[in-house]
Every structure is written in structure tokens, then in C-alpha cells.
Write a protein that binds this ligand. Structure first.
Ligand code: UDP
Length: 382
């Protein structure tokens, strides 16, 4: 065998595992079916701006170890994510905080805001939220649910909020303070120079072949390596033999505009049900910070994001982690455990709505158990 590990997929999971294996003296080959590395965190430069080609990625974590680890491969800026919600032209602060409550209800103090939420929760009669709709109303009341959650979520997931798991909305903080920071994370930022550069640095000195589809050349590639780390879709690996898992796909319409400042913020979410896109990203604001006023670059690049149901052949983005898919995934996982030479990892290999820091933590944990050596204990979620 020429290699100890064949890593299929050059996204964050594959690149971190490959780095750890290489540093432990293992022989590693990384293959990637796209014609570029970095998976969905891929960024490319347009008009001097790092464009997040597969959607906005804002790194955030509470794990000091994950942050220290990834900081070896890129320097992070101090970007704080504060998306704005646009509901039919009315603007609200996100995540849900005192600015949002003040604009929605005119309340001024945290007590007034808490009382308003409690009043709406009680009127809706929700005690034990069973789905996303009930969870949302129970957290922030019916007005915010109707204006800022319902339309956005139904566009994003293509399903009614009553059919979606409650955990999705618990990703967002609810605060009785004037704090527009979208994440409860001690460390956050965007890698200076882009994510592609970060992944290039992770893969430095490692053999990488892009444009190679593992599943199309499985037997010849398997013959080259002792073990395979597979980071593609677990159901595709098994030829969808038990049926396809559901994913949401995303399409981006990216435009270069001849003006320095389009929307004054990195992310504006269109939370009504009628606007066809879910959000617009103005990429330059991830990089330069809001103080730069945009005047240093005469142009700007924006991406409108449209969500759609995934079908075979599309790019899968979000796993639809409802009960039905959860059960199907468990059956695929049982098959996966019987594949003695193959380990499945990452967002698609584990069918998880993974944040980047958790992916990195999981890849480090796998590398520790596979390759041994120093324990990094990076499994904590950000
Ligand atoms: N969400 C919402 N309104 C918003 C932003 C988010 O209702 O303006 C809900 C929606 O259901 C979404 C979930 O919160 O799927 C998680 O949002 P997050 O920003 O974490 O999604 P991501 O950035 O991963 O797409």
C-alpha cells in the first residue's frame, strides 16, 4: 500500500484529519471531487473581496483548543456577526435581543420584554414545545415568530415550522440585553486572506488531487491505501440503497455592483414569506469591519441566497435532521460500521448540522483515536 490514509473530501474535516495524520508521520493522500479544495468554506477573490462561494461562514467557538489549533493556519479578524432582519422593509436586530423587542413592541426594560414574551407564550398555550413553531413562540412570542421566523424558516427548509425539529431555532440566542452578537462564542472571526488559504495551509506538504471522485474510482483508489476517511454523503456511499436522505440545497446569485456599499451589513435576512431569497450577503463587510465605511473599495459583491429541496445530482448543504431522516441515517450508520477500512466523518459523512468548530473538534478527536499520541480533547461544541 502506498498510503496509510486516503482522505476523500478536502473540506475542513478531511483537511484537519490529513494534517494530523501527516504530522504523525503517516502517508496521506487527499482526493476531492470538485476542482478546488476547502469544501463549502471555499472563498475566492473577486474585485479584491473574499467571496464565500458556498454561503457565509463565520468562525465561532468556545473551545480554546479548537481556536488555538485553527489559528496555527490563519490569523482571524475580529468580525462579529450581527445580521439584520428585513420584514417587508421593516428592519429588526438579530439575534433576538432588547433592540428587537424595543422595535417590535416599544418595550424599554428587560422586565417589560420578558412580560410581553410570557404573555404571548401563555396566550398560545404552549408548555412543552414539540416542534420549531412551538419552540419559537415559547422563546420569543407570536409577533416575533410571525415576522422574523415563520417565513424565513419555511423558505429555508421548504417545510412548515410545525414539521421541523425544535433544536434548529435554539441555535439562535435570545437575550434580554442590548447585544447584537449572533453567537454566544468567546472566539469568533473570519480568517484573513480567506478560508481557501486556511485550508491550503492545513494541507501544506500533503498530496492533494482535485477533480477525483472517490466513488467513481473506488476499487483502484482503495488499492492504494490502508484506510479511507470518507467525508461525502453517507447515503451516496451506499448507492442510496436504503433510500436517499433529505438535504436542503442552496443556490447563489452573485453580482458585482458598481457602488461601495449596498446594504451596510454583511448579512440581511429577508424574513417574510414572499421575497424569494432567504438572505443577501455583502461579502466585503466580513473583511474590512464596519468602521471602514466601504470607501476603500469602489465596488461591492453581493450574493442572494435561494434555498431548494436537494435532489440527486445537486450539491447537498443542510441535512434535514427530522425524525424520519434520523431513523434512516441510523440504518446507514449500521452499514457504515461494517465497513472495516472506511471511517465516515464531517457534515455529510455523519449527516449533521455541524458548525465549523465542531467539525474541527470531531476531526481532531478522530485523529487522536486513530493515530494516537497527544490527546487534544477538542470535542466540545461551540
Ligand atoms: N432563523 C429565522 N430567522 C432568521 C434567522 C434564522 O427564523 O432571521 C431560523 C431558521 O429556522 C434557521 C435557524 O433559525 O434555519 C438557524 O439559523 P442560522 O442562522 O443558525 O442558520 P445558518 O446560518 O446555519 O443557515
Amino acid at each position: 500500500m502506498k498510503y496509510d490514509y486516503l482522505v476523500a473530501g478536502a473540506g475542513l474535516f478531511g483537511a484537519v484529519f490529513a494534517r494530523q495524520a501527516k504530522d504523525a508521520g503517516k502517508r496521506v493522500l487527499v482526493i476531492e471531487r470538485r476542482n478546488h479544495i476547502a469544501g463549502n468554506v471555499y472563498t475566492e477573490e473577486i474585485e479584491g473581496i473574499q467571496v464565500h462561494r458556498y454561503g457565509a461562514h463565520i468562525f465561532h467557538t468556545n473551545s480554546r483548543r479548537v481556536f488555538d489549533y485553527i489559528s496555527r493556519f490563519a490569523e482571524f479578524n475580529r468580525f462579529t456577526n450581527s445580521p439584520v432582519a428585513n420584514y417587508h422593509g421593516e428592519l429588526y436586530s438579530l439575534p433576538f435581543n432588547m433592540y428587537t423587542f424595543n422595535k417590535m413592541w416599544g418595550v424599554v426594560t428587560p422586565e417589560e420584554a420578558a412580560a410581553k414574551i410570557a404573555e404571548q407564550r401563555e396566550a398560545a398555550g404552549i408548555t412543552h414545545p414539540k416542534n420549531l413553531e412551538e419552540q419559537a413562540i415559547s422563546l420569543v412570542g407570536t409577533d416575533i415568530y410571525e415576522k422574523l421566523i415563520k417565513g424565513y424558516t419555511q423558505k429555508q427548509w421548504g417545510r412548515p415550522c410545525t414539521e421541523l425539529p425544535a433544536f434548529i431555532i435554539r441555535r439562535l440566542p435570545v437575550r434580554l440585553t442590548f447585544d447584537n452578537n449572533y453567537f454566544n462564542a468567546r472566539y469568533q472571526g473570519i480568517p484573513i486572506g480567506g478560508y481557501t488559504k486556511l485550508v491550503e495551509n492545513l494541507l501544506a506538504g500533503i498530496e492533494v488531487r482535485t477533480g477525483v471522485d472517490y466513488l467513481k474510482q473506488k476499487s483502484e483508489l482503495d488499492a492504494e491505501a490502508e484506510k479511507v476517511i470518507f467525508t461525502g454523503p453517507i447515503d451516496e456511499y451506499f448507492g442510496y440503497s436504503l433510500g436517499a436522505l433529505q438535504y436542503r440545497s442552496v443556490r447563489f446569485e452573485t453580482e458585482v455592483l458598481d457602488k461601495p456599499n449596498f446594504q451596510g451589513n454583511a448579512a440581511v435576512n429577508y424574513t417574510d414569506g414572499e421575497t424569494p431569497w432567504t438572505r443577501i450577503i455583502e461579502h466585503k463587510w466580513f473583511e474590512f469591519g464596519k468602521d471602514a465605511e466601504g470607501n476603500d473599495l469602489p465596488k461591492t459583491v453581493i450574493s442572494r441566497e435561494y434555498s431548494s429541496e436537494w435532489k440527486i445530482g445537486d450539491e447537498p448543504y443542510y441535512p434535514v435532521n427530522d425524525e424520519r431522516n434520523g431513523k434512516l441515517y441510523e440504518r446507514y450508520r449500521e452499514l457504515a460500521q461494517k465497513e472495516r477500512r472506511v471511517i465516515f466523518g464531517g457534515r455529510l459523512g455523519e449527516y449533521r448540522y455541524y458548525d465549523m468548530d465542531a467539525v474541527i473538534g470531531a476531526a481532531l478527536t478522530l485523529a487522536d483515536s486513530e493515530i494516537g499520541g497527544r490527546r487534544t480533547d477538542c470535542g466540545e461544541r461551540g
